[in-house]
Design a binder for this molecule. Sequence first.
Ligand code: SF4
Length: 92
Amino acid sequence: MALRITDDCLNCFACISDCPNEAISEGAIIHVIDPSLCTECVGSHESPRCIKVCPAETAIEWDPERVESRETLLARWQELHPGETPVLFDNE
Ligand code: SF4
């Protein structure tokens, strides 16, 4: 599932530069994640970078309305990074 940003976002910009897919942008009030670009960091990192770098514990969460398989997420990564080799981990 894609991740989403909650009202607890501090607008600190910590996550924007760390997203490997440029899925996070400045919204009108808080930062937003474009679910069509989010791969849960599959293909790039072992776990979601945005959650890792966010200083507010409750500002980024899994979106239960956007459940996607690892295969779907990896296919999206490959569309976003043509010609590149994904970084895969044992737990994937
Ligand atoms: Fe970007 Fe990864 Fe966060 Fe998705 S989980 S928004 S790809 S940093």
